[in-house]
Design a protein around this ligand. Sequence first.
Ligand SMILES: [Mn+2]
Length: 260
Amino acid sequence: MKMLDTVVIGDVHGCGEELGRMFARLRTWARDCQIVLIGDLLTKGPRPDLVIEHIHAERDAGRRIRFVCGNHEQRALAALRRAGPDGDTTRLPPKLAAMVECLAEADMIEDAIVLMREAMSCMRVGGRNPRWSAIHAGVDPDLGLAATPRSVMMSIKAAPNESDWWWRYSGQDGLLIVGHKPLSRPLILRREDGRPVVAAIDTGCVYGGYLTAYKVHADKTLMIRSRQRRQYNFQRRVSRREPGSAWRVAAAARGRTLVR
Ligand SMILES: [Mn+2]
């Protein structure tokens, strides 16, 4: 049997069109890989219906797809339940109302509920040799993976003047692959010998950045340009290195950007 690698895809946030282009690209770039979606699948973006449609189509074609729970999954599920089978959005905040309306229009409320429940059942997907874990946001660097509460794992984010958790991560839990914090480029932190220790791959697709995939054992990234309106100055969405961190950022980019 063929050795399977894993491709982890960053925060999709309702960008169904971009996810479709990513899946199409993965048919050659990652033909025999399982896919892990890192969470925050349906909220914020314009086409949650296409997100579900593409996931179903890939699975029907035999692709193994798994989910990690993000901090938006619970929110999406609560909104879908509150709206009911007819998609009543009168008591929802505008962005969640737009998500529900899009899904109701496509007759996908029930599919979305099933998908959110599946995503919420899994906090972490991982593997061995070398050890890696995909989680939505990160770990408390003082606690490590096993002791970090689930809520923190889904939502840890640095305050404006604080450095990101990954600079203080001990490396004890192996390679951690995360999303949640939009950056202008994927950030791969490496040990002295070059082995990756953190891969942060939310590149702000819904804010007009990129949708990024990271192939775990191959240690390669692939970026798909977003078609959403640019909402930040993405050149400035970087992570400031904490002095004393053991990790370095490789100067040479190992990734590929697909510009279409
Ligand atoms: Mn998130």
